[in-house]
Ligand binder design. Structure first.
Ligand code: ADP
Length: 163
């Protein structure tokens, strides 16, 4: 019942959430299942997922902080080039741990065992996005999802994942 009383914006502790997106190259290269498998096996809890053809305004808003970068227009074009699988994952320290699972922005700097380290080679085709802070996660989740698209559901394995 606690879940229904939990105020929006108080997503902390085991209720922390992050925004993860499989980018168009990841979808085209059939990496969606592998990426979901890694998050599930880690123990994170899926609360939202959809296949989206993102609009230019959505992408410009999402990457607003990079608007001055020379690669910005190429980045928007890349992200518009096909469907994206948008997801919200929940769990303890999920923002930080998901970033570690993704690897570095440049696949060349990403260790084997990370998603970018295992599945891609160029920074401009790096397969996956993950929020870089809790604040950004809240911003990105509200940009990509309506509140009624996020499902609060009990996961019976919770006592086996947290002490
Ligand atoms: P991250 O996605 O790891 O948080 P950034 O926020 O710095 O990294 O960059 C957002 C995205 O912009 C990257 O994931 C990548 O797709 C793209 N990008 C970053 N740097 C470059 C670059 N030098 N050339 C082309 N694309 C880039």
């Amino acid at each position: 019942m606690l879940l229904f009383l939990w105020p929006i914006g108080a997503w902390t502790g085991v209720y922390e959430r992050t925004f993860i997106a499989v980018k168009p190259d990841g979808v085209h290269r059939r990496l969606v299942g592998e990426i979901i498998r890694r998050f599930e096996k880690k123990g994170f809890h899926l609360v939202g997922m959809k296949l989206v053809q993102p609009s230019e305004p959505l992408l410009k808003e999402h990457y607003w902080g990079l608007r001055q970068k020379p690669f910005f227009s190429g980045l928007i074009e890349y992200m518009r080039s096909g469907p994206v699988v948008a997801m919200v994952w929940q769990g303890l320290d999920v923002v930080k741990m998901a970033r570690r699972m993704l690897g570095e922005t440049d696949p060349a700097d990403s260790l084997p065992g990370t998603i970018r380290g295992d599945f891609c080679m160029e920074v401009g085709r790096n397969v996956i996005h993950g929020s870089d802070s809790v604040k950004m996660a809240q911003r990105e989740i509200s940009l990509w999802f309506n509140p009624d698209e996020l499902i609060c559901w009990e996961n019976s394995s919770q006592p086996w994942r947290y002490q």
